[in-house]
Design a protein. Structure first.
Length: 161
């Protein structure tokens, strides 16, 4: 994703990348001693899509082409999927490596940026391996898809579609 202002939502992504857990009032808990947030990114057509989940409930979907779904954490179904995602990531913590910046979204790949109390951790695999459950990251991908579905359902419900 670019950080060009005309792209709109990448500014929100950039804010998240600069954020600290204290910005969200977060501290380690028994359930999430290391992880306080996550971002799953994929390229769909010419747009990069970023799914963001923060431990205090914030859940959003951003598109590099502009727009997205903000405020999903106001809905319990989305919050539950958010908690599930962060819990799965906590269990799979060794699959993510420390890095200063996220790995780029690439065609045919799924990238993950994990926000921890010790800093950023990342992972990436091909979408094919993840979908076929041949990647150690597949549980994260599938729960991320559950969040996207929950976001879509609450959006459709609120707009009457």
């Amino acid at each position: 994703m670019s950080d060009k202002p005309e792209d709109g939502t990448p500014a929100l992504r950039a804010m998240l990348l600069r954020a600290k857990p204290a910005d969200y009032g977060l501290a380690p808990t028994p359930e999430l001693p290391r992880v306080w947030g996550a971002m799953m990114e994929m390229r769909i057509g010419s747009a990069d899509v970023s799914l963001v989940a923060v431990a205090e409930g914030s859940t959003s979907l951003y598109f590099s082409s502009g727009g997205g779904i903000l405020g999903g954490g106001e809905h319990e179904s989305v919050r539950a999927a958010n908690r599930k995602l962060l819990g799965v990531i906590e269990k799979l913590f060794p699959a993510f490596v420390a890095r200063d910046v996220p790995v780029a979204a690439l065609d045919g790949a799924v990238s993950f940026a994990i926000f921890t109390y010790e800093g950023l951790r990342v992972a990436r695999d091909t979408e094919e391996r993840v979908r076929q459950k041949k990647s150690p990251l597949w549980p994260v991908y599938f729960v991320g898809q559950e969040i996207i579905t929950a976001l879509r359902l609450v959006t459709e419900k609120s707009t009457g579609h």
